[in-house]
Design a protein around this ligand. Structure first.
Ligand code: ZN
Length: 272
């Protein structure tokens, strides 16, 4: 019963994630209270249009004003969120841990959607959520079954250390990327401008460090880099198969891999 209930909550969370992914990225950044607008004609979305699964089920998958097709992103996000919440509810009993993990699952999903669509990880998402992750670290790091009698406040220290190490390692990789660009771009006419890790990834790594703690954040970063490498290889093979030629210097968007590695880690690891 609990997984079905959580799947429904997941759909609702997916609607909120879609709204945030429509409103938050600039330009212009809108508040969450504002109704999202059609990117083509700027008409405010109707209520049905804001519910991805519903609008596609009712076959009202076009903007009511200009007829531009609604993107598949909305139902995909709702379904992903519903499946993730159901999986979590089938794995963990109903308590503060389950609620916290579901909340941060939706946050990570939002970060991934905005990163894929805009190649951005927004401070307005990553920084407040890092602070919140530090505050609820005794629940998230303590694992399922944590309650007021068993709560260990010292886990905040592990989360702080995890966030600091996450920042430090990815910032070092970011700096190395900048130095690498300076070296390879010397005398080049077509300059390469993308680095492996952007500053958004650095802030995401801080959030993930707060969520998984230290030393776990080190494993998460290693898994994310491996996953990113596998993903890049698959992308290159697909390009070769389509005979499109290779885009050298193609950037790997690390955000989704970082988020995926951390999420897998959160639901699979034993409590600290
Ligand atoms: Zn429109």
């Amino acid at each position: 019963m609990l997984p079905i209930l959580f799947a429904l909550v997941g759909v609702l969370a997916g609607i909120v994630v879609n709204r945030a992914a429509d409103n938050l990225p600039p330009p212009p950044r809108r508040s969450l209270q504002e109704t999202p607008r059609c990117p083509y004609c700027d008409a405010p979305r109707t209520r049905t249009e804001q519910f991805g699964i519903l609008s596609f089920a009712l076959r009202r998958d076009r903007c009511h004003q200009c007829g531009a097709p609604l993107r598949l992103r909305a139902p995909r996000v709702e379904i992903t969120c519903a499946l993730a919440f159901a999986l979590l509810a089938s794995r963990f009993a109903f308590d503060a841990y389950l609620v916290a993990v579901c909340f941060f699952t939706a946050v990570l999903l939002l970060i991934v959607v905005i990163d894929i669509e805009h190649k951005l990880i927004l401070n307005v998402v990553s920084i407040p959520c890092t602070l919140l992750a530090l505050l609820v670290a005794p629940i998230i790091l303590g694992g399922t079954g944590t309650n007021f009698e068993t709560i260990r406040w010292n886990l905040i220290l592990f989360a702080l250390l995890g966030a600091a190490v996450g920042y430090a390692i990815t910032y070092a990789i970011y700096l190395l990327g900048i130095i690498f660009l300076r070296v390879v771009n010397r005398g080049r006419t077509h300059k390469i401008t993308t680095v492996a890790f952007g500053l958004g990834d650095v802030k995401l790594a801080g959030l993930l460090g707060a969520l998984v703690g230290f030393p776990q954040i080190i494993y998460v970063l290693i898994y994310a880099i491996l996953l990113g490498g596998v993903g890049a290889l698959v992308a290159i093979l697909l390009q070769l198969l389509r005979k499109r030629g290779l885009a050298l210097g193609m950037a790997i968007p690390y955000g989704p891999y970082l988020a995926l590695a951390a999420w897998a880690f959160i639901i699979l690891r034993p409590p600290m």
